[in-house]
Ligand binder design. Structure first.
Ligand code: BMA
Length: 329
């Protein structure tokens, strides 16, 4: 059952031993470890694919594995996936913020990450079976685009990717695109808009971890950014999308459900940021382990009940007023 604190419902509970991973845990010199993708391997091991920034300022990805998803992390002794600038010049300024999706049809994990190119951040894809060997597909969405994840199965005949292109138009919004082969993408549609003015998610929004499939639909945890006089505030909100037609938003929460409060979220290289890129589901099928970057410096864990999140959306969410299906964008 959800807990009440200071007059609001607490849907996510921070792990008392946070942060769970910091630069101090790393087997080689780094500046910071944050924004990690997450998945459960076949044997139940939790794998986090962490964004690691070295002291050049460039990021790479490194895997950390744990039996219980909380303690005893075995960190790869060297970077797991480095920018490959020779074959992929779009990775010149690093690779960041991976989202992991296990794809049963391929029996592989899709790693969708930000490639930081001279033209700005774009979306890149790699497939892997073991997080040791990677098959790179290169850029699948050109700059400026990021915060992308693949749905685990085809919708009809097509793969679906949720992502966040940026235009000079007001706000940065969430889109969906489809592909027959993971290489060629089209049928682009805007599915969730940044709100305007004083809203907590007025200035930018983006998908946080990959969508969570539930009988009620695809549950999405997204980050909303508000620019303030003392910098940006990154908080999390909830939305639910139709299971068969994931471009259809069924409900969207009005308020944020998780935001920077703890010292490791308030202070760091970038203050006031909670930034999850991954989750795992506990064997009970309900407990969500959300892994998130704190202040672009460390990795922390918060837990929630999927049932509670859906119930909260049912009570506090609203259907989106504009019909993006017919309006296009
Ligand atoms: C976003 C991304 C994240 C980062 C966040 C806060 O645009 O670059 O990697 O955590 O900003 O700095």
């Amino acid at each position: 059952m959800p807990v009440f604190e200071n007059g609001h419902i607490v849907l996510f509970e921070r792990y008392e031993g946070n942060p769970i991973l910091t630069a101090a845990h790393w087997p080689y010199p780094v500046n910071s470890v944050f924004n990690c993708g997450a998945t459960l391997l076949a044997d139940g091991t939790t794998l986090l694919l962490c964004r690691v920034e070295d002291r050049s300022g460039i990021s790479h990805l490194c895997a950390a594995r744990s039996r219980d998803g909380v303690t005893g992390w075995q960190i790869d002794p060297a970077p797991t996936l480095l920018p490959d600038v020779h074959r992929h010049p779009e990775e010149i300024w690093g690779i960041e913020d991976p989202r992991l999706t296990y794809v049963p049809e391929l029996n592989k994990y899709a790693v969708v990450y930000t490639s930081y190119s001279r033209g700005g951040p774009g979306v890149s894809l790699a497939l892997t079976e073991d997080f040791r060997h990677f098959e790179r597909y290169g850029v699948i969405m050109p700059p400026e685009d990021k915060d992308a994840a693949l749905l685990p199965r085809r919708i009809g005949a097509h793969w679906a990717l949720i992502h966040r292109p940026v235009t000079t138009w007001q706000g940065a919004h969430i889109w969906i695109s489809y592909s027959p082969d993971l290489r060629h993408w089209g049928s682009h549609k805007l599915i969730l808009r940044a709100r305007q003015g004083g809203w907590w998610d007025a200035n930018k929004i983006g998908l946080s971890p990959p969508p969570i499939e539930t009988p009620q639909g695809w549950l999405i945890i997204y980050h909303g950014v508000r620019h303030t006089a003392s910098g940006a505030l990154y908080r999390l909100g909830l939305a639910l999308f139709d299971r068969q037609t994931p471009e259809r938003c069924l409900r969207r929460g009005k308020t944020w459900v998780f935001g920077p409060e703890a010292p490791y979220e308030r202070q760091g290289d970038v203050a006031n940021v909670v930034f999850p890129c991954g989750y795992t589901l506990a064997p009970d099928g309900d407990t969500l382990n959300l892994y998130y970057g704190g202040a672009d410096t460390c990795i922390a864990l918060a837990r929630a009940s999927v049932r509670d999140l859906l119930e909260w959306l049912e009570q506090n969410g609203e259907p989106e007023k504009e019909n993006f299906l017919s309006a296009g964008f």
